[in-house]
Design a protein around this ligand. Structure first.
Ligand code: MG
Length: 207
């Protein structure tokens, strides 16, 4: 005779009703412990998904001669480049607009107007880091981003990894949180005629 039953025997509390009552209490205690554990498990996902914001960005620049083609901070060899006041990095611009849009902070034209000479030829990666500082000051950070570059030419597949590397380093993100994809416009409209490159981007922010 051991444990509780030995203690009950020593105290003379050996009646059947008492033991049954103790057993009921014991079972209730076990049930409560199970419920508490279940509550902890349930509360974890709620906490994870509490503060998130999503934003989308779009940009398009014309392809012209005598300009460098820069996408995601990477210079891509091509006979034409994108026209713009800054370095015209259409990919980085779309990502910035998505980040600002997630917090309803307006668009990049508001922060870096093309009429301001200080942004002439500006490195868009530097502007991206400024936007990251802006959202960081409000307690937000980028969780991941997904961008789709629409370009008929040049072929971007060999440069995708370099663009993801450059953006992930600039934003201090793991490379698997930075997705850059490319497609064509099947020869349709200005993009299909190799006169422009456009980008759609989606960014998820977390707090
Ligand atoms: Mg732009």
């Amino acid at each position: 005779m051991q444990g509780f039953y030995f203690w009950a025997w020593r105290k003379g509390l050996r009646s059947k009703p008492f033991l049954q009552d103790r057993c009921k209490v014991s079972r209730t205690h076990v049930k409560n412990r199970f419920k508490n554990r279940f509550k902890i498990v349930v509360s974890k996902p709620n906490k994870l998904f509490m503060n998130i914001r999503i934003g989308n960005g779009y940009d398009l620049h014309r392809l012209v001669s005598d300009r460098r083609l820069i996408l995601g901070g990477v210079e891509i060899p091509y006979e034409k480049g994108l026209l713009g006041h800054s370095d015209a990095d259409v990919l980085t611009h779309a990502i910035m607009d998505a980040m600002l849009g997630a917090l309803a902070l307006g668009d990049i034209g508001h922060y870096f107007p093309p009429s301001d000479p200080q942004w002439a030829g500006a490195d868009s990666i530097m502007l991206l880091q400024q936007v990251q500082g802006l959202i960081g000051a409000q307690g937000w950070r980028v969780n991941n981003l997904d961008a789709m570059v629409i370009a008929e030419a040049p072929k971007l597949k060999p440069h995708i990894k370099a663009m993801r590397d450059r953006l992930s380093q600039a934003m201090n993100l793991s490379i698997d949180c930075v997705s850059v994809k490319a497609t064509t416009n099947e020869g349709m409209d200005a993009i299909g005629q190799k006169e422009a490159i456009a980008v759609h981007a989606v960014v998820l922010l977390v707090q």
